[in-house]
Design a protein around this ligand. Structure first.
Ligand SMILES: Cc1cc2nc3c(=O)[nH]c(=O)nc-3n(C[C@H](O)[C@H](O)[C@H](O)COP(=O)(O)OP(=O)(O)OC[C@H]3O[C@@H](n4cnc5c(N)ncnc54)[C@H](O)[C@@H]3O)c2cc1C
Length: 220
């Protein structure tokens, strides 16, 4: 069972780690949306996960500031999401903008960002920062052994449909849920393509995979 996780991309800010769990988030679920209800917040990132988070959080937040390093979203985000963001009065899009400072002790209190087009920096009393800058799976060692998606996450179960992804599959039965392109090898958690990237789902997949491993062993 492979559970090697992923490496989250983070902006290079010296005290970021110190404030993690104190206003810095790497996922946007119902729980986080309740923590920042009717408050201003920041979403960092220009990909689909950042776009989905911004749209979702805008339903409960007072204002969502979306900070994107590049000068446009079209290279990294689906067209339908860009449109939703542009039409949403609750989301303010800041292109070519980067966070350069965080302040706070027990809780994030202030964020400084820099507009790279003008060089201007500004300080904002914002207590919630969502970093949605993507993640890279720890699967380098699996290249050439298992079917991976285009970002290197491990393909499992029905996602292996399409023989090109599963050249090593020799059995007549299809792969089980969580089973990789090698029969009897399973992948769970953040390293798996399409996983939810939450602790509870990683643990749940691990528990499910134990049961599936027993089934695979029974075939021997
Ligand atoms: C800063 C931060 C905050 C987060 N906050 C939350 C949160 O509040 N709530 C939530 O639900 N989720 C949160 N997440 C996401 C959550 O941590 C992950 O979804 C979860 O840990 C995934 O579990 P995993 O077992 O797949 O991977 P991991 O927890 O990353 O574990 C992978 C393990 O495999 C080891 N490993 C890697 N490569 C190898 C190898 N080749 N050989 C042997 N061992 C190896 C690693 O050292 C590591 O110990 C957060 C993530 C980050 C980065």
């Amino acid at each position: 069972m492979i559970a090697t996780g992923a490496q989250y991309n983070k902006p290079p800010i010296s005290n970021l780690q110190q404030l993690e769990g104190r206003g810095i988030y790497y996922g946007a679920t119902y729980m986080e949306s309740q923590l920042c209800e009717e408050q201003d917040l920041i979403v960092v990132g220009g990909g689909n996960s950042a776009g989905q988070a911004a749209v979702y959080l805008s339903q409960t937040a007072r204002k969502v500031h979306m900070l994107v390093r590049s000068g446009n979203l079209s290279d990294s985000m689906s067209r339908y999401l860009i449109q939703r963001i542009e039409e949403n009065p609750g989301i303010e899009l800041h292109l070519k903008t980067e966070i350069v400072g965080l302040e706070g002790d027990d809780q994030l209190e202030r964020v400084t960002w820099k507009d790279k087009a003008t060089g201007e920096t500004s300080i904002h009393d914002i207590r919630h920062l969502f970093i949605m800058a993507g993640a890279s799976p720890r699967t380098e060692w699996l290249k050439g052994c298992l079917a991976l998606d285009d970002r290197g996450f491990i393909l499992t179960g029905r996602d292996l449909n399409g023989a090109a992804a599963a050249p090593a599959w020799k059995l007549t039965r299809p792969p089980q849920m969580l089973e990789t392109s090698l029969p009897g090898i399973f992948a769970v958690g953040d390293a798996r393509s399409g996983s939810v990237k939450r602790v509870a789902s990683a643990v749940g997949e691990g528990a499910m995979a134990v049961h599936l491993v027993h089934r695979a062993l029974a075939e021997l």
